[in-house]
Structures are given as structure tokens and as C-alpha cells.
Design a protein around this ligand. Structure first.
Ligand code: FE2
Length: 339
């Protein structure tokens, strides 16, 4: 079975093609560029509607396929920004209807997690999902992905972008912040139980810069504090769940500094650290295509009339199981037998 997936929740439009053995046949994308830092949802939607048709053609070319050989069309249903989401959904509906193929709407965080499991071989991990709009510690339990801890305000990635804008680092600022060296500055560390907050950290960092503290010292300390908070909550979740693996997914997961800090913690606890490769950490179409196959196997297709986008769709609002490869195969065979 071959799945074509369309990603469009935020700044990136992506199209990927993946088969049911988990082979990534194509993964192409285009992200909206803004030198001012940040972007407006309407601009992203405009960008995505311009590039998606070409990305579909490019992905098919890269995979060496015609659209007739694709078996299903998947798209990110949410969570995300309404306007960009609509564009991806419209493109997916049009393709599915034109080709008479099943349409499958997938949850964006689930897609991040599942491509991470596929790429790293993680079986039943504690998941650290860290991106622009999201920062959550998750496990699958009883047919649902449960949130053990999360940010109470903004995602860690957005916190980085806010400070980056102040420092004039451009967008995305995360990778640049990551590589700045500096000296320690006291900044607020906010962990409440299993949850984190990053807004106060940004505000205080900005205040320190206004006070004349060296920007590189503030930037270095900011990253140190933000990642330490995340590592602390992850460590507590590891102890509480007894999981033996930690899987990092999402855009900020590409950070070498985060990986280093997590590695030290995991080593101390005897847990295995699995980090999704950078090209699959970012928002991309392959993760949507792969999650589309897993969703179709478990729950069937999404009726076009019921395929509205869900900008606030939390990962714990849907049923989901981490399938093993043999379970997936059995489910897909069952579906094709029923025809
Ligand atoms: Fe994402």
C-alpha cells in the first residue's frame, strides 16, 4: 500500500510518499521564509496553496510513481493554524476525489511520534514531543496517547523564536540560539509538578537584554534553562512509567544541545535515547503519509464530508495504539480481505 501525505499545519508545506513497509519513497517540502521573524497564518496559507501542486508532482517524480499507483491520500487535520490547515485539507480532498482514493485525516503530533518510531525502531517509548507550538511528554497506554506533562503556556520552540526575534536572529532562530556560547545568567526555572512554563523565561530574558546584560550570555542561559526544565520532567516521567526508551520528536528535537542533555540523563537512568533524524523532526509530508497508513489500518478512512480541519485537536482526544509491524500487516490484510 502506498500513501501520499500532505502537511500544512504551520510554516511548512510538505508532501511525502511512504509505503506500508515503512519505506520513505519521497519527502519534499517548502517552508515560508520571513526575515522579520514569525509569519501570519494568511501568508502561510497563500504560500502553501501556491506550492502544494508542484510538491505533489515533485514527490511523485521522486518516488517514480504515477498518481494512479497511490492507494490513499492523508493530510494533517490538526492541531495547527486554521488557514494553512484548510489549504492542505482542500488539496487532499481534491486528490482523493479525483483519484477515487480513500482520504485519511491524521493528528499532527501522532504523525511526529510515528515517524520517530519508524525511523528509530523505538517500540513503546516515553515520547518527548518538542516543537514550536507544542511541548509534551507522552506515552501510549490503553489505546490512547496520554499526556504526562506539558507546557502550560507556549511551546519551547515558540519561546526560542520570541527571544530570537528580540535578538534579530531571523526565523527560525532555534538552531542559531542553540550554537551561541555564553556565560551563566540567572533566569526563572518554572516546573510545576509535571508541567512547564516558558513565557516568564522569555519575558525575563528580554528584560535582562534591555538591562544591558550581554545578549550571548542571556541566549546561552535561556537555552540551558529551557532544556533543563524539559529534561527534569522527562526524568520524572521515566521514573513514574518505568519505560526503558525515550524518543525525541518534533522540530526542536533536531537540537544537538537537547540531545546531549537528554543523553546524560538517560545514561544515568539506564534508558535508551532515540532521536528522530533532523529531516524527519521538522514538519514533513512523509510523517503524515505514514500516520495515514496506520490510521487507515486501525480506524478506516475519513469521509470527505466529515473531514473538516481541527485546529485544536489534542493528541489525547483520539484513540491510538502503537502498532508493531506484524500487527499493522495483519490489520491491513484484514481490511483488504473485507474489500
Ligand atoms: Fe510539527
Amino acid at each position: 500500500m502506498i500513501s501520499l501525505g500532505i502537511e500544512s499545519t504551520a510554516h511548512t508545506a510538505g508532501v511525502g510518499i511512504v509505503d506500508s513497509d515503512g519505506r520513505i519513497m519521497a519527502n519534499v517540502s517548502s517552508a515560508i521564509r520571513s526575515d522579520l521573524g514569525g509569519f501570519r497564518p494568511g501568508e502561510a496559507a497563500e504560500h502553501h496553496s501556491r506550492v502544494i501542486p508542484d510538491l505533489v508532482r515533485e514527490a511523485l517524480r521522486e518516488a517514480g510513481l504515477t498518481f494512479g499507483e497511490v492507494d490513499l491520500v492523508a493530510f494533517s487535520r490538526g492541531p495547527g493554524m486554521g488557514q494553512p490547515l484548510q489549504v492542505g485539507a482542500l488539496a487532499a480532498r481534491a486528490l482523493a476525489l479525483r483519484g477515487g482514493k480513500p482520504l485519511v485525516g491524521v493528528n499532527h503530533p501522532i504523525a511526529h511520534i510515528e515517524i520517530g518510531r519508524l525511523a528509530t525502531g523505538a517500540d513503546d517509548p516515553l515520547v518527548v514531543y518538542v516543537a514550536g507550538g507544542n511541548t509534551q511528554i507522552l506515552v501510549e497506554e490503553g489505546g490512547r496517547v496520554r499526556v504526562l506533562g506539558e507546557t502550560l503556556d507556549i511551546g519551547l520552540g515558540n519561546a526560542q523564536e520570541k527571544l530570537g526575534r528580540k535578538l534579530g536572529l531571523g526565523f527560525p532562530a532555534g538552531p542559531k540560539l542553540d550554537s551561541i556560547e555564553g556565560e551563566w545568567v540567572d533566569l526563572p526555572y518554572t516546573v510545576k509538578g509535571m508541567d512547564m512554563a516558558f513565557s516568564g523565561l522569555v519575558t525575563e530574558a528580554e528584560r535582562r537584554i534591555r538591562q544591558g546584560v550581554r545578549p550571548e550570555d542571556v541566549a546561552w542561559s535561556f537555552v540551558e534553562v529551557a532544556f533543563s526544565m524539559l529534561v527534569e520532567v522527562t526524568e520524572r516521567a521515566l521514573a513514574a512509567t518505568g519505560r526503558g526508551e525515550v524518543l525525541i520528536v518534533g522540530g526542536v528535537g533536531a537540537s544537538p544541545r537537547l540531545r546531549e542533555k537528554m543523553e546524560i540523563m538517560c545514561e544515568e537512568r539506564g534508558a535508551e535515547l532515540r532521536v528522530t533524524p533532523p529531516e524527519l523532526c521538522r514538519d514533513n509530508g512523509a510523517m503524515v503519509a505514514w500516520a495515514g497508513i496506520l490510521a487507515l489500518a486501525q480506524f478506516g478512512e475519513t469521509e470527505v464530508g466529515e473531514s473538516r480541519v481541527l485546529p485544536d485537536w489534542r493528541v489525547d482526544e483520539l484513540e491510538w495504539r502503537f502498532l508493531r509491524k506484524d500487527e499493522l500487516r495483519a490489520l491491513l490484510e484484514g481490511r483488504s480481505r473485507r474489500g
